[in-house]
Design a protein around this ligand. Structure first.
Ligand SMILES: Nc1ncnc2c1ncn2[C@@H]1O[C@H](COP(=O)(O)OP(=O)(O)OP(=O)(O)O)[C@@H](O)[C@H]1O
Ligand SMILES: [Mg+2]
Length: 363
């Protein structure tokens, strides 16, 4: 095989700009204005990445010592896993990093054939590169079939002198133990609020966003430590409204406002079963709220209700069940009646508990 033909076979990183989460590695300056902010403000270097201080320090040390191991990055969405590996690719191979990197993500087939053909042939092309390590990035590796993961074990070992592999996933338990043991694992935790805030403020200043402090707070709260979500909501709100305040952030995301949730909690705690069900259903329809969003927002408020500890445990475990059922697309109306039922039982339990403690005190 001549070397040109081999280079042809290697899908460039640019060729992988296929999925919704586009990876802009080349032509970074082109069309900046039309770029989504998540891409426009994707850090290019390790020093630009927010949070994960320990991971970044360790990786930098390993890179400086030219001792980068195979990597496994895992953690929830929007925490910088893909960003970090792309920054590593740049640091590892400088300007020629595109030719030295093979990135496969969820939009590419990742069955056993890909391991046997694409990945293997990329790893084998060592003779055309003089120095440095090639990098194979398997983004969203938890979607790889287990046959492909088993096949990868051998490939990783065979080409370890020339190629480094980085597996990225949300759920580490979907990666077979044999691959986990061949890689150094790093967990990307949700980003801290104060770090998100700092980063968002930079974007706000550069883009001239008219944001209020409560708007910023609402974005950070709704994101749950997901930087991608923060930037997307900020951009959507900036485009859709003159001002990015709490109300507009909630309208933009379809998430209920705190005062809406307080109202719903009031119905749950004070109304009879059928009244509570009816009122919440009407409110939900009027405002266009999804039950799982209500549940998500209800959770922190429930922790503040003065339920006896046993009752609180009961409510929380029942809500977890409800959340699971909603995630499995069960009927919303039935689940709403279940929610109202949980609170009805909780109120009865609370009553029994307080009668019991009163009797005990009398004795
Ligand atoms: N730690 C971070 N510092 C700065 N920006 C970040 C960070 N994490 C995420 N972002 C922003 O969010 C966007 C998405 O991040 P990235 O693609 O790295 O997430 P991910 O962890 O790979 O998520 P997923 O698991 O969904 O693939 C980036 O383009 C960047 O703008
Ligand atoms: Mg990613």
């Amino acid at each position: 095989m001549d070397s040109d033909a081999m280079v042809e076979e290697i899908p460039s990183v640019e060729a992988n700009v296929k999925s919704g989460k586009m990876e802009v590695l080349g032509n970074e300056q082109d069309g900046e204005d039309t770029l989504m902010w998540v891409e426009k403000y994707r850090p290019r270097t390790l020093t630009e990445i927010v949070s994960h201080k320990n991971i970044l320090e360790t990786v930098t040390r390993l890179l400086d010592a030219n001792k980068l191991p195979h990597l496994l990055f895992y953690g929830p969405p929007g925490t910088g896993k893909t960003t970090t590996i792309l920054a590593i690719a740049r640091k590892l191979n400088g300007p020629k990093y595109q030719a030295m990197t093979l990135e496969l993500n969820a939009s590419d087939a990742r069955g056993i054939d890909v391991v046997r053909t694409t990945i293997k042939s990329f790893a084998e092309t060592q003779q055309i590169f003089s120095a440095g390590h090639k990098l194979v990035i398997l983004d969203e590796a938890d979607a790889m079939t287990s046959a492909a993961q088993f096949a990868l074990r051998r490939v990783i070992e065979k080409y370890t002198t020339t190629t480094r592999f980085c597996l990225i996933c949300n759920y580490v338990n979907k990666i077979i133990p044999a691959l986990q043991s061949r890689t150094t694992k790093f967990r990307f935790a949700p980003l801290e609020s104060k770090l998100i805030k700092r980063r968002l403020m930079e974007v706000v200043e550069r883009e001239g966003v008219n944001v209020t402090p409560d708007g910023l707070k609402a974005i950070i709260k709704l994101s749950g430590g997901d930087m991608r979500k923060c930037l997307n909501v900020l951009q959507a709100c900036h485009i859709g409204y003159d001002i990015t305040n709490e109300e507009n952030v909630h309208l933009c995301t379809g998430m209920p406002l705190t005062r809406d949730i307080e109202l719903i909690l009031g119905f749950l705690l004070n109304e009879q079963f059928s009244d509570a069900y009816q009122k919440i259903l009407e409110f939900q329809t009027e405002k266009g709220l999804a039950l799982n969003d209500i549940l998500l927002q209800l959770h922190p408020l429930i922790l503040k209700v003065k339920f006896p500890p046993e009752v609180l445990m009961f409510v929380l475990s029942q809500l977890a069940e409800l959340d699971y059922r909603l995630a499995n697309a069960c009927n919303e109306k039935i689940q709403l009646s279940s929610l109202v039922g949980i609170f009805k039982i909780a109120r009865e339990k609370t009553l029994k508990y307080s009668n019991y403690t009163k009797k005990k005190k009398k004795k």
